[in-house]
Design a protein around this ligand. Sequence first.
Ligand code: NAD
Ligand code: ZN
Length: 354
Amino acid sequence: MKAARFYDKKDIRIEDIPEPTVEPGTVGIDVAWCGICGTDLHEFMEGPIFIPPCGHPHPISGESAPITMGHEFSGVVYEVGEGVDDIEVGQHVVVEPYIIADDVPTGEGDDYHLSENMNFIGLGGRGGGLSEKIAVKRRWVHPISEDIPLDQAALIEPLAVGYHAFVRSGAKEGDVALVGGGGPIGLMLSSVLKAKGLTVILTELSAARKDKARESGVADHVLDPTEVDLKEEVMKITNDRGVDVAFECSSVNQVLDSLVELTKPAGVVVIVSIWSHPAKISVHSVVMKELDVRGTIGYVNNHKDTIELVEKGLVNLEPFITQRIKLDELISEGFDTLINNNESAVKIIVNPNL
Ligand SMILES: NC(=O)c1ccc[n+]([C@@H]2O[C@H](COP(=O)([O-])OP(=O)(O)OC[C@H]3O[C@@H](n4cnc5c(N)ncnc54)[C@H](O)[C@@H]3O)[C@@H](O)[C@H]2O)c1
Ligand SMILES: [Zn+2]
C-alpha cells in the first residue's frame, strides 16, 4: 500500500509498504481522509521533534524514522482483530491517535495524556493516516455516525484539541473568550466555544482565515490587530471589564502579550500553541491581576463529547476544508501551500486511496 514516510527533515517519501497486520485487540481501518497538521509542517521544516530519529527507537512503539505520518484521520473498519467484539466491519470511525504505555490507566478521570513518553500515532510510530490502511488498538478507535461525512470527520482530531482547551479553561456559557490566532486550531476551538454559548472574539491576520471565521459564524467579532486598536475594541465589547478567558493559538509573543493585557482580573489564559522557544510574559500583570496561565495538550477522554457536538449539528466542520488532495500531492500541493501560501488555506485533507 502507499504511505507517506518521514525519513528526516525535508525528506518525506511516498512509498509502497506492506499492509498492517490486524493483531488481536486492534481494528483495521481503511483510511478515508487525513488532515495535514501544523505539527506535520514543524516536523518537515524543523524536525524531527515528536518523531523518533533514525536509530533512536521510541520507548513505547519501539520504532524510529522512517515512520508513516498522519494523525488526523477518519476511515471505515475493514477487519477486527481477535477479542474485539464491540465494533463491526463497515463502521465509520475516527482515531484518538495516542501511543501510551500499556500499564497506564485510560479510564474516566485518568490523565493518560500526561503519562511518561506519550506520543502520537503518525508521529511516534504505529502507522499513520497518510497511508491506505492502519491497524489501531481498539481503545483509541471511536465510532461515528454515518451522518458525518468522512472528509469532515478527519477534522474531529483538531476539534478535540479545541474541546480539551475549552475544558481546561473552565469557561462557561455566557463568558467572553478571546482567541489569539485563527488557524485551524483557533477556528476549531472557536467553534467549540460558540457551541458552548460563549461570545467569541477572534484575532487573525490572514484574509482567508478572517473571512472563514466570519462566514462560518464561529466568532462574534473578528479583529485584525494591524487594522484596529485591539484593546479599544475588546474593552468596548466587554464594557471595560476584559475577557473572562483567553486562548493563545499562534505561538506569537505579541499575541500572548495582548491576551495577558486584555484578560480580566482573576481570568484564565490558556496556552494552546506549541512553543519551540521561550516566551516573554508580563509576570507583573499575571501577579497583579491574579491570572491563571494554563497549558493544554491534546485531549483526554474528550472524543465522545467532541463527536457529539458534530453529530448534533452544533459544530459544522465543512467550511474549514479548503483543499482535498491525493497522497502523491502531499508535498507539492499540501505542505507547500501551507508553508508558503497559508493566506489561502485553512485545512488541507488528503485521500490516501486516490
Ligand atoms: N496543545 C495542543 O495539543 C496542540 C495540538 C495541535 C496543535 N497545536 C499548536 O497550536 C498552534 C496553532 O495551530 P494551527 O494549526 O492553527 O497553526 P497556524 O500557524 O495555522 O495558525 C496560527 C495563526 O495565527 C495567526 N497569527 C500570527 N500572528 C498573529 C497576530 N499577531 N495576531 C493574530 N493572529 C496571528 C496566523 O495568521 C495563523 O493563522 C500551533 O502551534 C500548533 O502546533 C497544539
Ligand atoms: Zn495535529
